[in-house]
Design a protein. Sequence first.
Length: 122
Amino acid sequence: MGWDNSRPVPWQRLMREWVVYALIMSAIFVLFFRDNNLIGALAGILISGPLYLALGAVLAKFGYQRKRLKELRDESRAEAGAKRSAQSDGDVDGAASRPRPAPTSRTAGGGNRPKSSSKRKR
């Protein structure tokens, strides 16, 4: 897809996602890097905000739109339902409609079985 100025940019969603990321990363930095340069790490997180928003806006103008968790769950439920209906019909990945292979000497159906020991002469 090409660039389209009429495509909307989901600013609220982008901001919400970045705020969640910033809060989680800030908490991790505060917990694990108390003695080190905490100000630099937090400044890096703040700088990542405009970069994330700019990249998200450019991708939105090109037509990229991530699926939400609700959409992913709905798709997986639909696939599971289709799989269940296929199993109830008796067609599981085409395995039920495929015939059995012909017997071979390795599968002991080819007639090359050894004679039983009771029939042997002593």
